[in-house]
Write a protein of this length. Structure first.
Length: 156
């Protein structure tokens, strides 16, 4: 498989981060998302009750190139096996943000779930950004669908 050239994203650790926690990494050669890990204060753990959400620190700060964003998405295995998801998925990290990277994690499962220091909690995807130019108009062009939404095209 031929991959496009990697685009550099600069990464630094927060002052209080555990630098032994690995940087985001692609677990297979064809992976679109790089796994990101929890970097918890005092190497503790977090217990998420069903329905609870928490901001999990990663200990990282990023410098994303202009014209790109990082999208934060759930890990499918955690979602399927434990109901662990990200309520604002995909989360967006803008190229001009330099603050600490935290991941909002939610337990949509039936049982408490423990996030341990160093656990892979989400995946990061580098994506190009195209900004729109919004133009006020008096009318919009007609389409076959028109104003139909929320199931208006039926079930297949």
């Amino acid at each position: 498989m031929t991959l496009s050239p990697a685009i550099p994203v600069k990464v630094t650790f927060d002052d209080t981060a555990d630098r032994d926690v690995p940087l985001p990494s692609y677990e297979t050669t064809g992976a679109a998302g790089a796994d990101v890990r929890a970097n918890l204060p005092d190497r503790a753990s977090v217990i998420l009750a069903p329905g609870e959400r928490v901001l999990v620190p990663t200990g990282l700060r990023l410098e994303i190139p202009a014209g790109y964003e990082i999208q934060i998405r759930p890990r499918s295995g955690l979602a399927l096996k434990h109901g662990i998801t990200l309520p604002n998925t995909p989360g967006t990290i803008d190229s001009d943000y330099r603050g600490p990277l935290g991941v909002i994690v939610m337990n949509a499962g039936q049982e408490a779930f423990t996030i341990a220091h160093g656990d892979r909690i989400a995946q990061m995807i580098l994506a190009p950004v195209v900004q729109a130019r919004f133009e006020l108009t008096d009318n919009l062009s007609d389409t076959e669908r028109g104003a139909g939404g929320f199931g208006s095209t039926g079930r297949s």
